[in-house]
Structure formats: structure tokens, C-alpha cells
Ligand binder design. Structure first.
Ligand code: ZN
Length: 382
């Protein structure tokens, strides 16, 4: 046994002794819980029983701090004392802790906004069948021991507000909760969501988690077009209506974030919409384009085409390439062709869609392979 293993075992034994004394169970039963693969720490370090116990004593909001207990099984200022079953009470708290770890903690300046009662249900749904009952008190206890920010809402009930990302919680609740509309886009999926599901399944079969999850550094995404579009939501015109619908769609994870105009067009090729809404998309992109000194031309995804060998005419063999891309509206296409046959060379790109030909043009000065589109300014006829 290595000295590291030895130290870990000693910590486990000390934890088990404290937990046994605190919960009024046998040491061997407590040690069995401490040693469970489910309690090993799935998204972080093993949860410390001593830390849990100390939290109930010292925490600035939910700690007794020398007085009566402030937290009970049913929540804050609950008279109900803790129910310890001696078999899964510690494992449950460890699992709830890991469930909370998957979320981005809210920043030190933001007011916590997710109700412990709502989170408790989400924890049950997410952790079933490993842990199918989570009490409001357990949820608050685990959150406090983890160091998440906790606040008291107006009106002293048993529920407290927990400092995890509200949007991420909404995503998970809708993914795992019965009767919810599943999110269709993943921009609010918590960073640890998939890793926790994998680790949970592994631990349930008795496996040790060998790869340690690392919370990714926050990405400071500059999505200028997205930000600009959101700001148009107050307007009383078709672009304003579009911006409103777009904001609601992002908020409710109905579609992804449009970092660029290309992204917005791609979303509209996927979701059902009215012709008026598409017109507003083109107007919004044209307006956005006018605000920039050198706007990025529109590119769309390739949907087909290939490059093939050509025997040639008489001066040797070559290749012929033909690629097809979505047109902006999605009803037609953009065709890019290259004939690279000795004696016959031609490079061409064109819009194969009547509607788009009237609304878009190729940005001048680019090679055929680097084609890009821009909206035709209003009043210009083609
Ligand atoms: Zn089109």
C-alpha cells in the first residue's frame, strides 16, 4: 500500500467515525457508505463528511452557530429533524453534491435565483434510480457544503435560493423532468452534464472514476451579431418582432445562438417560419451589414457535389469540380464549378434560386472559391 493510499484510507476512517457518531449509526455501516463507488466524487473530490457536519454548525446562513439548528430535513427553519437511514444518507448527499457541481456557480455579484425546492426535484429526476428521493434540506445542505452562494428569498419559507446558473438549471430540468418540453439546442447545457451521466453510470457498476473532470474555463464569447439582434427587440417593426422571437428562442433553448448572420440564416433553414419572418431576417442582416465598415460576407453550408477525373479533350486529363451549397433561403442552391482540363478551364459560381438572386449578390473582388454573399441594398435592381 502506498503512503498516499494509506492517507486516503485514514481520512475515510476518520470521516466514517464522525459520520457514525453524528448520525447515530455503526462505524462499519458508515464506512461502507464512505467506500461506496457512488460516493467517490464523480465530478470532483470525494465529499467530506466532516465538512458536511461542520457546515451545519458554522455556515453563515444555515449553520446553527451555537444556537438551535437552522436547517432540517424539510428545509430552512424546518422543525423536522434529519432522517438518517444508516444505509444511503451519506451516499445521497455525495450524489446531490455531484449533481450541483455540474452547474456553473453564479457569480459573486449575482443574486442566487434557483429555488432549492425546484432543484431538489431536478436532483431526484437526474439521480434516479441511484437516489430517487431528495429532501429540500439535503439539497440546501449539499449546496452550502459545496460553497455555492445561498440567499433567503422574501418571505421566510423552508426554501432558499441557490447560486447556480438559472438557464442551465432550466435546461437540465427540461431534459430529465417528466412532462417537460425538451430543449432543442444545447447552449445552456451545463459543462459537466454529459460527464456526470457517464460517471454515474460507471460508478453504479462499481467502477472507480479514473479521469478527473475539469471545469472548462469560461469562454468569453464575442457574438456581436447576436448582441445587436437582441438589442433590436424593443423596436416596433418586423425586425423588432424577429428580434423578440429570436431572443425567446435562445432563452428557451428552442434554437441555438446566431453568432453571425450565416448562423441566423442556418437557423431559419431548420425551423418552420412565415415568409414575413424570413423577410425580416434579410432586412435585419442588411441593416447589420450597413453598420460595419467591412462586413463578413455570407457563406452557407455545402450540401453536395464532388471533384472527379476528366479524360480531357486532347491536351491531357484534368478534373471537373462541382459543388452545391444552400442558398440563403434554403429553397434553392448556390453552384460552384471548376473545369480544370487542359485547353478548357472555367471557374464559375451562381445563385440557383430566383428569390435569393433578387435579394443577394456576390461580394466583388473575390475568387470563385472564396465567394461570399451580401444583401442587395434596397433600391438597387438587378
Ligand atoms: Zn433561395
Amino acid at each position: 500500500m502506498t503512503s498516499n493510499n494509506h492517507a486516503q484510507n485514514r481520512a475515510l476512517q476518520q470521516d466514517a467515525r464522525k459520520w457514525a457518531a453524528f448520525t447515530g449509526t455503526k462505524y462499519t455501516a458508515a464506512l461502507r457508505q464512505m467506500s461506496s463507488p457512488l460516493a467517490q466524487g464523480l465530478l470532483g473530490d470525494r465529499v467530506s463528511a466532516r465538512r458536511l457536519i461542520a457546515t451545519l454548525a458554522d455556515h453563515e446562513l444555515i449553520g446553527a452557530r451555537g444556537g438551535d439548528p437552522a436547517l432540517g430535513e424539510n428545509g430552512f427553519r424546518s422543525e423536522a429533524s434529519w432522517r438518517f437511514n444508516g444505509e444511503t444518507d451519506f451516499i445521497d448527499l455525495a450524489l446531490i453534491t455531484d449533481m450541483l457541481r455540474m452547474f456553473t456557480p453564479s457569480s459573486a455579484t449575482a443574486t442566487p435565483e434557483v429555488s432549492s425546492y425546484s432543484l431538489k426535484h431536478t436532483a431526484e429526476w437526474f439521480l434516479t434510480p441511484r437516489c430517487s428521493h431528495v429532501s429540500n434540506g439535503q439539497l440546501i445542505w449539499a449546496a452550502a457544503a459545496l460553497g455555492l452562494r445561498i440567499a433567503e428569498p422574501d418571505g421566510a419559507g423552508p426554501n432558499l435560493l441557490i447560486g447556480v446558473s438559472e438557464r442551465e438549471h432550466d435546461y437540465v430540468r427540461r431534459m430529465v423532468g417528466p412532462g417537460h418540453t425538451r430543449p432543442r439546442a444545447g447552449h445552456y447545457r451545463p459543462a459537466g452534464y454529459a460527464d456526470l451521466q457517464t460517471a454515474l453510470a460507471q460508478a453504479a457498476t462499481g467502477k472507480r472514476i479514473t479521469s478527473r473532470w475539469v471545469r472548462p474555463a469560461p469562454v468569453d464569447e464575442v457574438a456581436l451579431f447576436h448582441s445587436w439582434l437582441i438589442l433590436q427587440a424593443d423596436r416596433n417593426d418586423p425586425v423588432g418582432d424577429l428580434a423578440n422571437d429570436y431572443s425567446a428562442g435562445v432563452h428557451g433553448s428552442e434554437h441555438r445562438i446566431a453568432h453571425t448572420p450565416d448562423g441566423l440564416l442556418a437557423i431559419f433553414r431548420e425551423v418552420p417560419h412565415s415568409p414575413e419572418a424570413y423577410d425580416a431576417v434579410v432586412s435585419a442582416i442588411a441593416e447589420w451589414t450597413r453598420t460595419l465598415p467591412s462586413p463578413q460576407p455570407i457563406r452557407t453550408e455545402r450540401i453536395g457535389g464532388d471533384s472527379h477525373h476528366h479524360e480531357g479533350w486532347d491536351a491531357g486529363a484534368g478534373t471537373v469540380e462541382r459543388y452545391e451549397y444552400h442558398c440563403p433561403c434554403g429553397d434553392g442552391g448556390i453552384i460552384e464549378e471548376h473545369d480544370n482540363v487542359p485547353g478548357f478551364r472555367k471557374h464559375d459560381v451562381w445563385i440557383d434560386c430566383d428569390r435569393c438572386r433578387a435579394e443577394w449578390r456576390f461580394v466583388p473582388g473575390k475568387s470563385v472559391r472564396q465567394w461570399g454573399l451580401e444583401p442587395i441594398p434596397a433600391g438597387v435592381t438587378t
